[in-house]
Write a protein that binds this ligand. Structure first.
Ligand SMILES: NC(=O)c1cc2c(N)ncc(C(N)=O)c2s1
Length: 320
């Protein structure tokens, strides 16, 4: 039976490895060498081999631990995942603004803009800080349980310090462009059909039946929202993004706050071309009323929230 010192040693190693993984994969600012990291990891693997009863699902050694499955369980969301209505030009953004100010009795509105990532939306469930379940969006009411595959995504924290009792984090799983190009080259060489775009490649990689295959696809995740939550008070989208960063999630850095729809329109125009320099595909910008109380007041019609809209860029001409 493991002694108290072994238990403490294992917990210390896990915390260190989680932290250095965050620095390496999320911040891209490692503080130790790969050699030192590998030594810590090897030490934990050896201790867990010696004391298997101490292995927990949130240990960094359990990222690629799941077994292959032949289908995914379907799970009902506590809080449905809404979809976004679209705007395709400035006039439609003015219409959105008129609806928002009308619905808020002309109160002052702060907007926040975030890049719309071309991937697949996910719901990640954390209980007392431990990652316990990853669900695809599905139809917004029922998602598919792809937990074993989600665990292989290195920027998704398996354990969060000072987390609330229950928290659902929402965001986008995506495949960086460089990984997409490498994957299609390998598929071409092995005679497999190439994926049409990054989004299809991410969806195909996440819905793999074998987590070992998913682990090799270099998927990433941008956190941007919350599902059901207990034990944490957040009052705005801007505050939420800052809190998700403090929880060590990968948060897309290009979010900005604005006090007028005219500034939002300028931001939308600014990204029209410059988004092509990013390392991942985007298909627009998401514009949200930042204040959560104002979001509540505006509510949602059916599936679409009235406090957010997606501005969509025309699809890029496919490179022939
Ligand atoms: N369907 C949705 O509600 C969203 C979809 C997306 C997406 N693909 N990328 C970014 C965000 C965001 N930052 O809010 C959202 S929100």
């Amino acid at each position: 039976m493991a002694s108290e010192t072994v238990v403490r040693k294992i917990e210390k190693l896990r915390k260190e490895i989680h932290y250095h993984s965050y620095l390496y994969y999320v911040k891209d600012q490692p503080e130790i060498t790969d050699y030192e990291f590998d030594k810590l990891y090897r030490e934990l693997v050896d201790l867990e081999k010696e004391y298997p009863e101490l292995i927990t699902s949130d240990s960094p050694t359990q990222r690629v631990g799941g077994k292959a499955t032949d289908d995914f369980d379907k799970v009902k969301f506590k809080k449905p995942m809404l979809s976004l209505s679209n705007a395709f030009n400035a006039e439609e953004l003015h219409d959105f603004h008129r609806r928002v100010t009308g619905g808020l009795g002309d109160a002052k509105v702060e907007y926040i803009t975030e890049l719309k990532i071309d991937g697949l939306s996910m719901n990640l469930v954390y209980e007392n800080g431990r990652f316990v379940q990853g669900l695809t969006r599905g139809d917004g009411k029922v998602g598919e349980d792809v937990t074993a595959n989600v665990k292989t995504i290195k920027t998704i924290p398996l354990f969060i310090e000072n987390a609330p009792k229950y928290m659902e984090v929402r965001g986008e799983v995506y495949m960086p462009r460089q990984s997409f190009i490498r994957l299609n080259k390998a598929r071409d060489e092995s005679g497999d059909m190439p994926f049409a775009n990054c989004r299809n490649a991410a969806a195909g990689s996440l819905r793999q039946l074998d987590p070992q295959v998913t682990a090799g696809r270099n998927l990433d995740f941008f956190a941007y929202g919350l599902g059901s939550i207990e034990g944490m008070e957040i009052t705005s989208q801007a505050q939420l993004l800052a809190q998700l960063e403090r929880f060590h999630f990968h948060v897309n850095p290009h979010y900005k706050k604005w006090n007028s729809i005219e500034e939002v329109i300028q931001e939308v125009n600014q990204w029209q071309d410059s988004r092509r320099t990013l390392e991942y595909d985007t298909d627009g910008l998401v514009i949200k009323v930042s204040d959560f109380a104002q979001q509540e007041r505006l509510g949602a019609t059916g599936k679409d929230p009235k406090w957010a809209i997606a501005y969509k860029y025309p699809p890029e001409e496919a490179v022939t």
